[in-house]
Design a protein around this ligand. Sequence first.
Ligand code: NAD
Length: 473
Amino acid sequence: MREQLNHFINGEWVESTGSDVYDVINPATEQVMGRISLGTKEDLDKAVKAARAAYPSFSQTSKEERIEMLENIAAEYANRKDELIEVMTEELGAPLSISEKVHYNMGYNHFAQAAESLKDFSFMDDRGDHTVVKESVGVSGLITPWNFPTNQTSTKIASAFAAGSPVVLKPAELTPFAAIILAEIFDKVGVPKGVFNLVNGTGETIGNGVSSHPDIDFVSFTGSAAVGGKVMKNASETIKNVALELGGKSPLVVLEDADVDEAAKAAVKHIALNSGQVCSAATRMLIPSSMKAEFEEAVKNVLPEFPVGDPQKDNYVGPLVAEKQYDRVQSYIEKGMEEATLLAGGLGKPEGIENGYFVKPTIFTDVKNDMTIARDEIFGPVMSILTYDTIDEAIDIANDTEYGLAGYVYGKDPDTLRKVATRIRAGRVKVNDAEMDFAAPFGGFKQSGIGREWGDYGIDEYLEKKSILGFPS
Ligand code: NAD
């Protein structure tokens, strides 16, 4: 049983002024795995005050000092590897191998990448008649979701630290323990007092408190579009800038000349990874009409390669994070059964599983893009197969969504791959099995968000741009 009833404020663990304690549930067992305190406005005020006090000196540290700090953080993060993996399996339900290869690695790479990006980063742009100086935005408020407990927190914190901005973090209450380990890591490597503050609590109290706080200069939020809108509205009261990383309903376009088995495997992996709780997952598979039967057969064949079950064992798909999420996904599966044709999976828990919020990876075919299952972000292992007859039609369907976070295209002809990749309206498009690149910016078009994270673009979010005229040379 894990327990952290204090908040990390001004370099130490401080008793919560609130008396509410929150039980964190292990979604694979439905048992309580830990307890945290739900903070109050008073706790948040203390954290903001500490960050404000740290701002004058932290914002003036040299680039070299911050590179060293980020490298030390990455090294200490690596020292805590086993514990981070264990925690994410317990609180999120991610299978151990996914906790390691995906969650642990992503967190590590954001700190390492921020140090690397900083080496070439220029905080001054000499433009002849004037100079543009980039300086820390001030105190940043960070609000993160539960689905990637180290990825979302680390990309924000690493960029803010690189830019010289002290932070106040409110992690998701469903998965707070990975962030608690991050606080311990920063403490161990000597991040200056007040530069990192963590207040646990609800979205209602601490989330709203962060977005409306007059002494917070910038808010970076990752989560649902509905809450993102509230954050933006609150932030507008004090004219603070926001970065929003929101949801998605991303298309995967399979071209006529694609290898069907490879494309089918990639498609199933999208809905299986992290139990489909991935904002950038492809959930609408766009298949040439002539390939439909072959693709359906291929996805059914590949499904058993992604077993569902106990995340402590060698499975690929763990449970959904919470009962509420389980119910939500079940209701979408029910809706899909009314609207389209069920190809695999369906309602209820997988055979032989009684406890835990496990669902069957589910595939629908004969889906039309105006159906609910093709429009809403389900956030579970549910795939929709749609067909197209021309490339222009595929691009139209791909873009016919309120979201624009990611897009994927599989095929061989370079001209068609390029045409599709450039015309998908999304912040990140991946061609075939392109490698992950932590320097490439990540963020959304349309209702998928505002701003970019990762690498130098991520650092830029935490900087104000000041022009100086007549700068002495
Ligand atoms: P959510 O919006 O419910 O919660 C996100 C965070 O906001 C949590 O910490 C929550 O406590 C807090 N919050 C809740 N109400 C708030 C309020 N009124 N003001 C301020 N903060 C508040 O989202 P979730 O269910 O935790 O996460 C799932 C969503 O996140 C999905 O829509 C997913 O697509 C999205 N997501 C996006 C990205 C991305 O990078 N674009 C990455 C991961 C997840």
